[in-house]
Ligand binder design. Structure first.
Ligand code: F6R
Length: 604
C-alpha cells in the first residue's frame, strides 16, 4: 500500500525523502513523487513505476529545499499515471495520502460547482482542493487542514506541505497509521517507523483521529475533538527495522531461510521446559466457542488452527475471512473469543472485523507481527508472533510464526478445558520444538525444488490437493504460487476433487499433492490415483514412508522429514513456499514486489 514520508530537515531533503521511500518500497507501489519548499516556493516531481524513475527525474530536474514530503502510491482511484501520482497540489498546498476518502465524489462535485476543478482521478486531490478553498477563504494552513479533516469520511493518513512555509508540516491519522519522528532540530513523518529508521529512533505514534502541527521545534498534537493531546515518545529498536537482504537475492528467499531460527526464538519465548509461557490473559476457562478472522495467508493460518482448536481442545471454532465477516454481521456471544490474525496489524478488513466484534465477545485477541499496530492496540490481548520485519510481499515467516502461536494457544485451550494433561502437553511441545530442525532439512530441498520449478513454470494452471490439515496448506500453496509466479493455481480438499475440479485434469496440469504419511494418507493416495488415471502430472510431497507407499506413476516426489502429523502444516509450508519462489524465479517475475500487490492492505 501507499507510503508516506515528510521531513523538516537541516539540509537538503530530496535525497532523504527518496531514501525513506526506498525503505517503504516493500509495501508495494506503482508510482512515486516528492514535493519540497525552496525559498518559500513549493514544487514537486512525480514518476510512474519504480523509484529509480523518480531518482532519474530528480537528476535531470532536481528539487532543492529543506522541507518536503514524499509518497509511494498503490493505485486505488485512477490508474498509475503521473497525473494521479502524489503529492497532489492545489494552490498553496501539497498533500500525500494513504487510504481512501469515501465521500470524495460528493466533495469533488461541490468543489467543481465552486470553481475548483480537479485534474486527476484521485480522491487525494479533492483533499488538496478543500484546503486550498479554505485558505482562499482566509484560513491559516492549520485551520484549513483542520476544517478539511472534519469533512472527510473513510480511512486516511495525510501529510500536508505549504507554499511559503518551510517550517511546517501538518499530519493527520484516521484509520491508517502515521508516526512522527523526532530529531535534533529536525522533524519527520512516516507511515511506519521503518521509513524513518535511517533518520531517527525517537517515534511518536499518532492515535486514531489525531492531527499534528509539526515544526522543527516539535509537534503539537490534537485529538479528534481538537484538544491538545499528549502522545508518548518511544524509542524504536533500529535493529528491528533493519531491512537488508543479507546476501540473499530476494527478501523472500531470506525470509524463507530464516524460518527455523525465527520459529525457534518464538517457541522459546512462549514455551520453556515442557510447559507454556503464554500471557496470563490466555485462559480459555469458560470460553465456549472461538472465531478466528483474517485475510489471505493469515486466514489460512486460521484455517489450520481450526483443526487444532477442535482436535486438541474440543473447542468449537469458526473461521472467516475478514471482508465477509465484517458485513455478514454474524451473531457473537459474550462467552466466546474473537481472534484476529494479521502480519501487519493494519489490514483494513481485519481491523473493521475486530471493531465489529468488540464489546460483543468475552475477549478480542490479536496475533500480529507488529505490536504497535492498530489491530494490536485495539485488542484486549495481543500475542506478537515476533517474526521480525517481513519485507517480501508474499508472507512466509509470518505465516509459520502465526501457526506457531496459534498452535500454542490451541494447546493452552486443551489444558484449560481438561483435554490435555501435563504429559500430553509436554509431548506436543516437544513435537513443536523439533520443528526448526526439520525445517532446516526441508530447506535443504531447495535445489531439487528449483529443478522441478523449471517445469512448473511452463504450466498455465496448477492444482494443489490436501486433506485434513493439508487442505488449508493446499490453499496456501496455491495462493503463494499465483501471487508471485502469476500462474493460475487453485487449492482443493482432495476429497472434493471428483465433485468438479477433476474436469480440469489433463497431461498439461501439474497437480501438487501435500500428503504426509498420516491417518488420511491412504485416502489422499486414492485421489492421487484418480488424477494419474487421467494422465495428470502429480508431484507428491510426503515423507519417506509416504513416498514409498504411494508407489509408481507420479511425475516427481519430494521427500520431507517425518513429522508429528498434527504440526505438519508448519513444516509443509516450506516446500510450498520454495515451489512458489523458484517457479517465480524461473518465470522472471518480481518476486518481492509482485504486480498489483501491496504488503499492508489498508484499504477495503
Ligand atoms: C499472501 C499475503 C496476504 C496477506 C493478507 C493479510 O502471501 O501476504 O494474503 O496474508 O493480505 O495481511 P496481514 O497478515 O498483514 O493482515
Amino acid at each position: 500500500m501507499c507510503g508516506i514520508v515528510g521531513v523538516l530537515g537541516d539540509h537538503e531533503v530530496a535525497p532523504l525523502l527518496v531514501e525513506a521511500l526506498k525503505r517503504l518500497e516493500y509495501r508495494g507501489y506503482d508510482s512515486a513523487g516528492i514535493a519540497t519548499v525552496n525559498n518559500g516556493r513549493l514544487d514537486r516531481r512525480r514518476a510512474v513505476g519504480k523509484l529509480v524513475n523518480l531518482s532519474d527525474l530528480l537528476v535531470h530536474e532536481p528539487l532543492a529545499g529543506k522541507a518536503g514530503i514524499g509518497h509511494t502510491r498503490w493505485a486505488t482511484h485512477g490508474a498509475a499515471t503521473v497525473v494521479n501520482a502524489h503529492p497532489h497540489k492545489a494552490g498553496p498546498v501539497a498533500v500525500v495520502h494513504n487510504g481512501i476518502i469515501e465521500n470524495f465524489r460528493e466533495l469533488r462535485e461541490e468543489l467543481a460547482a465552486a470553481g475548483y476543478a480537479q485534474e486527476s482521478q484521485t480522491d487525494t486531490e479533492t483533499v488538496a482542493l478543500l484546503v486550498h478553498q479554505a485558505m482562499e477563504g482566509g484560513a491559516t494552513p492549520a485551520t484549513a487542514a483542520r476544517q478539511t479533516l472534519k469533512r472527510l469520511h473513510g480511512a486516511f493518513a495525510l501529510c500536508f506541505l505549504f507554499d511559503g512555509e518551510d517550517d511546517l508540516l501538518i499530519a493527520a491519522r484516521k484509520g491508517s497509521p502515521l508516526a512522527i519522528g523526532h530529531g535534533d532540530g529536525e522533524m519527520f513523518v512516516g507511515s511506519d517507523a521503518i521509513a524513518l529508521a535511517s533518520m531517527t529512533d525517537r517515534i511518536t505514534y499518532l492515535e486514531e483521529g489525531d492531527w499534528a502541527v509539526i515544526t522543527r521545534k516539535g509537534a503539537e498534537i490534537f485529538d479528534e475533538h481538537d484538544r491538545r493531546a499528549n502522545r508518548a515518545e518511544t524509542r524504536i529498536q533500529i535493529d528491528a527495522t533493519r531491512i537488508e537482504k543479507a546476501g540473499y537475492k530476494h527478501f523472500m528467499a531470506k525470509e524463507i531461510a530464516e524460518q527455523p531460527v525465527v520459529l525457534a526464538d518464538g517457541l522459546r519465548h512462549y514455551s520453556r521446559s515442557g510447559t507454556l509461557h503464554l500471557p496470563a490473559g490466555v485462559d480459555f476457562t469458560g470460553v465456549d466457542r472461538i472465531v478466528l478472522v483474517a485475510c489471505g495467508t493469515a486466514s489460512y493460518a486460521c484455517h489450520v488452527a481450526k483443526y487444532w482448536f477442535e482436535s486438541l481442545a474440543g473447542l468449537p471454532c469458526d473461521i472467516d475471512i475478514a471482508s465477509e465477516f465484517r458485513y455478514r454481521e454474524p451473531p457473537l456471544s459474550p462467552k466466546q473469543w474473537a481472534v484476529f490474525v494479521s502480519q501487519s496489524g493494519e489490514t483494513a478488513d481485519t481491523l473493521a472485523a475486530l471493531r465489529y466484534a468488540k464489546e460483543k465477545v468475552a475477549r478480542v485477541v490479536s496475533v500480529v507481527n507488529v505490536p504497535t499496530s492498530s489491530i494490536a492496540r485495539e485488542s484486549d490481548l495481543t500475542l506478537p508472533i515476533m517474526a521480525g520485519v517481513e519485507v517480501g510481499v508474499a508472507s512466509t515467516k509470518a505465516f509459520t510464526s502465526q501457526l506457531m502461536v496459534l498452535a500454542l494457544m490451541a494447546l493452552k485451550a486443551g489444558v484449560d478445558r481438561g483435554r490435555l494433561d501435563a504429559a500430553a502437553l509436554a509431548g506436543h511441545l516437544a513435537a513443536l520444538h523439533a520443528l526448526p530442525g526439520l525445517m532446516n532439512h526441508a530447506l535443504g530441498q531447495s535445489g531439487e525444488i528449483a529443478k522441478l520449478a523449471e517445469e512448473l513454470a511452463r504450466a498455465q494452471d496448477i492444482l494443489f490437493l490436501g486433506r485434513g490439515l493439508m487442505y488449508p496448506m493446499a490453499l496456501e500453496g496455491a495462493l503463494k504460487l499465483k501471487e508471485i509466479s502469476y500462474i493460475h493455481a487453485e487449492g482443493y480438499a482432495s476429497g472434493e476433487l471428483k465433485h468438479g475440479p477433476i474436469a480440469l485434469i489433463d497431461a498439461q496440469v501439474p497437480v501438487i499433492v501435500l500428503a504426509p504419511r498420516d491417518a488420511l494418507f491412504d485416502k489422499t493416495v486414492s485421489n492421487m490415483q484418480e488424477v494419474m488415471a487421467r494422465h495428470g502430472k502429480v508431484l507428491l510431497i510426503s515423507d519417506a514412508a509416504g513416498v514409498a507407499e504411494a508407489g509408481p506413476g507420479t511425475w516427481a516426489t519430494l521427500t520431507m522429514p517425518a513429522v508429528d502429523p498434527i504440526f505438519a502444516p508448519i513444516l509443509y509450508a516450506i516446500p510450498a513456499q520454495l515451489l512458489a519462489y523458484h517457479t517465480a524465479i524461473a518465470k522472471g517475475t518480481d518476486v518481492d514486489q509482485p504486480r498489483n500487490l501491496a504488503k499492508s492492505v489498508t484499504v477495503e
